[in-house]
Design a protein around this ligand. Sequence first.
Ligand SMILES: NC(=O)c1ccc[n+]([C@@H]2O[C@H](COP(=O)([O-])OP(=O)(O)OC[C@H]3O[C@@H](n4cnc5c(N)ncnc54)[C@H](OP(=O)(O)O)[C@@H]3O)[C@@H](O)[C@H]2O)c1
Length: 299
Amino acid sequence: MRVFVTGASGWIGSAVTDELLAHGHKVIGLARSAESAAALDAKGATAHHGSLDDLDSLAAGAASVDGVIHLAFKHDFADYAGAGRSEHAAVQRMLDTLEGSDRPFLLASGLASGAVGRPLTEDDASPHRGADSMRGGSEDLALDYADRGVRPVALRFAPTVHGMGDHGFTSRLMELAKERGAAGYIGDGSTRWAAVHRSDAARMVRLALEKAPAGSRMHAVAEDGLPSRDIAAAIGDYLGVPTVTVAPEDAEAHFGWIGHFFGMDVTATSARTRELLGWTPTGPTLMEDIAAGAYALPK
Ligand SMILES: NC(=O)c1ccc[n+]([C@@H]2O[C@H](COP(=O)([O-])OP(=O)(O)OC[C@H]3O[C@@H](n4cnc5c(N)ncnc54)[C@H](OP(=O)(O)O)[C@@H]3O)[C@@H](O)[C@H]2O)c1
């Protein structure tokens, strides 16, 4: 299949690109810089110049392929609402391009879909609708196109897609622990994060491209929920610094923007995804990655 991948140069997207190429697919990757374009060319993908702000470039990319995997996102936590509006516009334009084609459109999403009081399942719809809602309401926007001649699939990644070289949330927690001389968790540390290794996430995405039905929500989750105090303890052990509790009222001052996410209880199962796709995660756990130095910082 010829696949247009946005975010192909990113943490998850570069692994997805490798996985697709290794399984005989062709990748046309969105690139907004010469560096990203060169990295794609070097691995045998084709660079498609454009950006999330250039909607015509997204439409042209989507029109030229058999399927789209949308992983690009503006991780600007100082303007998260603006990132959501941009996401909404980008997704809308690609979906309008694909309407009536019966082609797959897979998009990155998350598991923070509101507290349901139990681990989230693939049957739990996102409550976020509209450009001003979380991630621009892009999951629901996309899934609505199941009735409009598109095969939309939501890829709900665990809040930590970990591995050697990860620069995401866990990496920020490691940096903070080093800066503060202590690995913090909020309150009693009972809030949890689901986790998945990057290689497992990439394989799940490829299988979803090949098999997931229209309108489905797939969970890239290997570990259902790791308590935040255990994540902090693993970071503290690795760095050789104490693990400390941070009062909820002090969380913003201690953690900055990531405090909001680290204080969320984001647990989810992936039983349906595993069964439907024949997917079994095999990569290291988050604790194994932390202990192995996946988050080693420059001295
Ligand atoms: N990593 C996780 O733990 C995690 C967890 C849950 C959900 N997700 C979601 O999964 C998706 C992929 O995440 P990731 O960790 O791979 O992100 P990442 O490493 O930050 O990569 C982001 C990608 O988006 C591209 N991008 C950013 N702004 C762009 C713009 N204005 N125009 C064009 N491209 C742009 C980047 O291109 P450049 O190379 O040019 O910068 C890069 O390829 C995102 O939607 C993310 O929110 C990730």
